[in-house]
Design a protein around this ligand. Sequence first.
Ligand code: TEU
Ligand code: CA
Length: 575
Amino acid sequence: KDGRAWWKESSVYQIYPASFKDSNGDGIGDIPGIISKLDYLKALGVDIVWLSPILQSPQVDMGYDVSDYYAIHPPYGTLRDVEMLIEGLHARGMKYVMDLVVNHTSDQHEWFKQSRSSKTNEFRDWYVWKKPRYTVEGLRQPPNNWGSYFSGPAWTYDEQTDEYYLHLFAAEQPDLNWENPKVREAVHKIMRYWLEKGASGFRMDVINFISKDQRFPDVPVTDATGPYPEGAKYYACGPRLHEYLQELGGILEEYNAFSVGEMPSVYDANEVLKAVQFDRGELGMAFQFEIMDIDHGPEGKFTPGDFRLKDLKSVVTKWQSIMYENKGWNALYLENHDQGRSISRFASEKPEYRALSGKMLATFLGLQSGTPFIYQGQEIGMVNLPETWHIEDFRDLEAINFWNELIQNTPGDDELHDRSMREMRLKSRDNGRLPMQWGPGKFADFSSGTVKPWIGPNNDYHKWNASSQVSDSSSIFNYWAMILNLRKACVDVFVYGSFKLIDESHEELFVYARSFEKTTAVVVANFSEKNVEWSVPADVTSVLGQGKLLAGNYKERQVTSLRGKTISVKPFEAF
Ligand code: TEU
Ligand code: CA
């Protein structure tokens, strides 16, 4: 039974502070609001609560631009509030996990203010500064052609010292220079400070971007899709990543801490694996992005791309197998603050299927090998923003920058603009950021005040809200609670068991088996609105027909109805 760990047996709930619960009526969620909902989280049965950034920040990117790692963003509350939150979690047997954003800081951080002030400042080398390039005509150009994730080049020119600085995200989010040991020491100090304050670990923002290829090469133009292509192959899992992660891992180990690394833009699973193998002393687990890119179009996120079950099967099986076979560990998720809602993306929002879909996805995700993450609102079946949304309703800089660039580059192309707006409604990060739907009252009972919330709310909260679901034993909320409980009750098979995909080519059903020694559990999930007549593979018949029904989203399902060579599986059914 080696390789067991407390964080493998836990489940995580992600809170997006601005949109969770507003306690003082200013339209922005806050820490006292979170404290008022701890019993709700306890009832759901999660073990760890991860908060998206709450540190001081000008909020260009909703706190993913930190200007002081030792201060709380005032609208969210005070350090005392954070201490009370941690006490409240601990009193209920839950743990606090902090979002650690250290690939970059805000341009308002003191380090960057110093750094940009002169070439000889002691902080100059804390960020990545490079000389301009010049064309034959004498035009000033960035040091290379890498693009920013939020449109335009990844470099901004600073007149003060006649150099460019690197920012893989917004210009207000300069990348730290991890080659400088002082930067790494500063990060270690931040980690220790918060671990001492009672954090049980970290979610580490784009942590696989911290080591850049020091040659800073251009992306060959043949690979490029525009003037500023993604330079990921030169910084996603870069040359010194594992060395840096081992330094962080040493600290994590001292505190027996939790860690999950966010690792976008890398599809060589072996690279991610190295960061999370149990004996390498780096991170506990990682978020992979292949599953999230599944409905992105060939020319980027906001171009049409359909989700196909066969792609989902191959992505899930790939990551389940590689982690299980090599002592790695998966972070299981279908939603977060950067993504559209999973019912809208992978199942059905139709009123008759919405609750079934939410429960089907809970079964599908929650019983895989890995640590499950639930994003606020997922447990009550929240869906994407409404079709009535226009550009003024969006708040996220990614969507807004994309739109502005599109309008500028393609004036008058209404057809393209309409199509792009449809894709933004489906995939914009704002989909996950609408206020949490607590009840049927004004502003979904997110805020008590008269000030309109900073975003949204959605228009379906009269029917779809937490207060109606907590008390309804057949709700998505209580179904999730049951799944999390089941994982705990059968730790061997559901946490530590192997994973095997069954009936790979089936077009509607996603079926898998989890096994530990002589115990096998089979999970069947119908991703379609069809009634499926399923010819059960021979080795599965005995498990289904002679076993015990542990969970299911249709009341009528009985274990006796699973006996037979063919069984009929209802729309979006899971058991
Ligand atoms: O996200 C990193 C990341 O690559 C994304 O998921 C990003 O939102 C996507 O590529 C855009 O299409 C993390 C945070 O989760 C995100 O909220 C931050 O904006 C970003 O890092 C920068 O800190
Ligand atoms: Ca507030």
